[in-house]
Design a protein around this ligand. Structure first.
Ligand SMILES: Cc1cc2nc3c(=O)[nH]c(=O)nc-3n(C[C@H](O)[C@H](O)[C@H](O)COP(=O)(O)OP(=O)(O)OC[C@H]3O[C@@H](n4cnc5c(N)ncnc54)[C@H](O)[C@@H]3O)c2cc1C
Length: 391
């Protein structure tokens, strides 16, 4: 294609988030030349911490990032749900591999294989539009022709807008302030449960929730959920608004008040199509979802990997293969978006009743392009119910 010195099929990718990086690595693994455009000056990930379920961990193995992801991540013995500080569910996830980590750790782990594969990553390079014939136009005015264009440019996607996909965006009533703070184990006191992921819900005197997630031995990922426009959505956090409902978390809340943070309202974006001509959109650009099932990045990375698998034949039949990709891979993501949106609207995680075969379908899915072999080192630890919880 124009501008390419090699005879390899060539892809231009907008956005070096999780979706863009995974697509880039997976395409390069299959013999494509890839150029990745990131509009920001630096590479990295916003959003503090992240939960990766088995499907996402399998994608990590397929792109050569699993060992690094596992190295500095954490698996809690239990996912615990509390309502007004009373435990309503204690889930060991004995058969479901999962791990928590900081987003930067995940990002660096995915960037490493991209570096090993010598993928060209341009900073300060905004893709302003794409054309179904495979042309991208950059903020600089430069145009480039490719065999494949991937719009992995997030929920506000320029690629999606310029190609003209119809999008329905729905904002949820709630949102989250995400922060990384020190674990403060000693200061939190002798609770038996501080290694658990704990989903602290309060409905009285107002709706506020704290998702307490150990991200590794040192870092704690805190998700402070509150309705849009409420006092709990203000950043930096107003300490008294959180302390009066969660006094037992005072040491970590005091740390949280030192960080500016950002409040993100949950949203779902559903498109009429994910592909047109030689252009495909993937990740939040194609299917942003609420975080109730912790599947947004997981689906982004699964779909990015499978996209590359459908491109295994190179530049031949790109348009037909993209349509096939959407037809076969999309239904699972559609179901996941719908389930997650329903859980979010009903604040149903507060009941701790979400662990069932239907809701775990996506987490247990073997992604196209990933091995079904057991993940080495998982399950990581045997969960034993502490005596205090049996009483
Ligand atoms: C509160 C919350 C909690 C979440 N928790 C989880 C979780 O635990 N587990 C999980 O799996 N998912 C989770 N998610 C979802 C997850 O964060 C997203 O689905 C994921 O980050 C999407 O990745 P992406 O690469 O598609 O988009 P993004 O992460 O938005 O990346 C897009 C990239 O493209 C760049 N860009 C944008 N426009 C352009 C352009 N025009 N040209 C060039 N570059 C551009 C951006 O700067 C960015 O680097 C959560 C989401 C929220 C809101």
């Amino acid at each position: 294609m124009a501008g390419q010195a090699t005879s390899k099929p060539h892809a231009e990718i907008a956005g070096a988030g999780y979706a863009g990086l995974v697509a880039a690595v997976a395409l390069a693994q299959r013999g494509w030349s890839v150029r990745l455009h990131e509009k920001r000056a630096t590479l990295g990930s916003f959003g503090a911490g992240i939960v990766l379920w088995e499907n996402a961990l399998r994608v990590m193995r397929a792109i050569g990032a699993f060992d690094e992801v596992a190295r500095k991540s954490f698996t809690a013995p239990f996912y615990e749900t509390r309502m007004h500080n009373q435990t309503v569910a204690l889930e060991p996830f004995g058969r479901d591999p999962w791990a928590t980590m900081t987003r930067q750790h995940l990002y660096d782990a995915i960037l490493a294989p991209a570096r090993r594969l010598d993928i060209e990553i341009l900073h300060n390079s905004e893709v302003v539009s794409a054309d179904p014939d495979g042309t991208v136009t950059l903020g600089s005015g430069r145009t480039i022709k490719a065999d494949l264009v991937v719009g992995a440019d997030g929920v506000g996607s320029n690629v999606r807008g310029s190609v003209g996909f119809a999008v329905e965006r729905n904002k949820a009533q709630d949102g989250l302030i995400r922060l990384i703070v020190p674990r403060c184990r000693r200061e939190l006191g002798p609770e038996a449960f501080w290694d658990n992921v704990i989903d602290f819900w309060n409905f009285e005197p107002r709706v506020q929730r704290i998702l307490y997630v150990p991200a590794n031995e040192d870092d704690l990922y805190l998700g402070l959920m509150a309705p849009f426009g409420s006092e709990g959505s203000i950043v930096p956090i107003k300490l008294e608004v959180w302390l009066d409902m969660f006094p037992f978390l005072e040491p970590v809340l005091r740390e949280a008040a030192k960080v500016h943070g950002r409040y993100d309202r949950y949203e779902t974006a559903v498109l009429n199509a994910w592909t047109k001509g030689r252009v495909a959109v993937v990740g939040d650009a194609a299917h942003a979802m609420t975080p109730s099932l912790a599947q947004g990045a997981a689906c982004a990375m699964m779909n990015a990997l499978s996209l590359a698998v459908y491109m295994e034949d190179g530049a031949d039949k790109v348009e037909e293969r993209l349509q096939e990709w959407e037809r076969k891979e999309r239904p699972l993501t559609d179901r996941t978006q719908q389930r997650s949106a329903k859980l979010t609207a009903e604040r149903a995680l507060s009941r701790g009743e979400w662990v069932n075969d239907e809701l775990m379908e996506t987490m247990r899915h073997i992604p196209t392009g990933a091995s079904a072999d057991p993940l080495p080192g998982f399950p990581r630890r045997k969960a034993t119910v502490p005596e205090a919880a049996k009483a």
